[in-house]
Design a protein around this ligand. Structure first.
Ligand code: ATP
Ligand code: MG
Ligand code: FE
Length: 339
């Protein structure tokens, strides 16, 4: 089985060829970060334009690198949400055109399901499974009773974790997207500021990061006003310590409650070294029987390979779209209050 998979939900144009849902034949990723950096975030119109310019080249390169032609393909898959509507539409249109021209089934994929299925390149997945989905737009605990079934059991009340990283990055003078650089700085400093750990003790699995973001920004602004120099590495370490403590505590609480077999960490923030280390040691100490799966760093951010892995499951379940498939910017998993 060979799936040609498209991803264009935000600022990466990516096309991949995936064999049997877990073998990457090619995974071309064209990032637009440089074009958005001077604006401090993704500009939707600029993103769409870049996708239009890149998608044909990425498709040709993905097929060439995988050494396959359209006639070898089993299906075409595409992210149809959540994301920026204009960006999503480029991938959706390309996938529909190829499905139509080459008489191939069209598999619609939820971008967040894709992030979770990036774990499939590390190990076979076993259910029930819990995913900590931490990215630029989402911070969710997702329960999967079986393959292809998703229930949100915890969510952020305000900012996503990645969004908080990017926002405090502006105050620290770190260019967008700031997560990777703040992670690096954090390893050079100490948690001296003791920022709040929001919702840590509340009897739910939800998160909140805007209070932490405000505390951080106020601390820096106050120091600026009185002409005090704060240590950037300590600021980064203190911010990251708060984010990690909340994420790890709530994730382990959910894993314990639901008695899951595996924990998958997914999304751009899953690339965070501090988070990866903290989860690894917390699980070793508290739940050694739980299998932790963390995708390699280059599969944590947006990519076509993860969409191909998710599409493999969708195809087996018979989830197909026709040529009326449209982009759904607010596409989400169902929310389960009590599990
Ligand atoms: P979503 O997946 O929710 O639609 P997105 O696709 O824009 O949003 P991703 O591409 O999955 O998000 O992740 C990008 C985010 O990951 C950015 O906010 C970035 O700062 C963050 N990030 C990347 N590397 C790290 C890191 N090492 N530590 C913390 N955050 C990181
Ligand atoms: Mg991105
Ligand atoms: Fe993403």
């Amino acid at each position: 089985e060979l799936i040609l998979a498209f991803e264009s939900s935000c600022d990466e144009t990516s096309v991949a060829v995936i064999e049997n849902g877990h073998h990457i034949l090619s995974n071309i990723i064209a990032t637009q970060i440089k074009s958005h950096q001077r604006f401090g975030g993704v500009v939707p119109e600029v993103a769409s334009r870049h996708h239009v310019e890149q998608i044909t080249r990425c498709t040709e390169q993905a097929l060439a690198e995988a050494n396959v032609t359209y006639s070898d393909l089993t299906a075409v898959a595409v992210t149809y949400g959540p994301g920026l509507v204009g960006a999503l539409l480029i991938g959706v249109t390309a996938a529909k055109a190829i499905a139509y021209a080459h008489h191939l089934p069209l598999v619609p994929v939820n971008h967040m399901a894709g992030h979770i299925y990036a774990a499939r390149f590390v190990a076979p997945l076993a259910y029930p499974l819990l995913a900590l989905l931490v990215s630029g737009g989402h911070t969710e605990l997702v329960y999967m009773p079986a393959a292809g079934e998703f229930e949100i059991i915890g969510d952020t009340r305000d900012d996503a974790a990645g969004e908080a990283y990017d926002k405090i990055g502006r105050v620290l003078g770190v260019p967008y997207p700031a997560g990777k650089e703040i992670d690096r700085l954090a390893h050079l400093g100490q948690d001296t500021f003791n920022f709040p750990r929001a919702m840590l003790k509340e009897p739910n699995l939800d998160f909140s990061f805007s209070g932490l973001k405000s505390a951080f920004i106020n601390t820096v602004h106050h120091a600026d006003q009185i002409g005090e120099q704060l240590d950037k590495a300590d600021l980064a370490a203190s911010f990251q310590a708060s984010v990690i403590e909340v994420l790890v505590t709530k994730t382990l609480k959910a894993a314990q409650k639901l008695q899951v077999k595996q924990l998958v960490v997914a999304g751009g923030v899953a690339a965070n070294q501090g988070l990866r280390e903290a989860l690894t040691s917390a699980i070793q100490a508290q739940m050694p029987e739980l299998q932790l799966i963390m995708p390699p760093l280059r599969l944590c951010g947006d990519n076509g390979a993860m969409i191909g892995a998710a599409a493999h499951i969708a195809l087996r379940k018979g989830t197909l779209a026709d040529l009326t498939l449209n982009a759904i910017p607010g596409l989400d998993f169902p929310y389960q209050e009590e599990l």
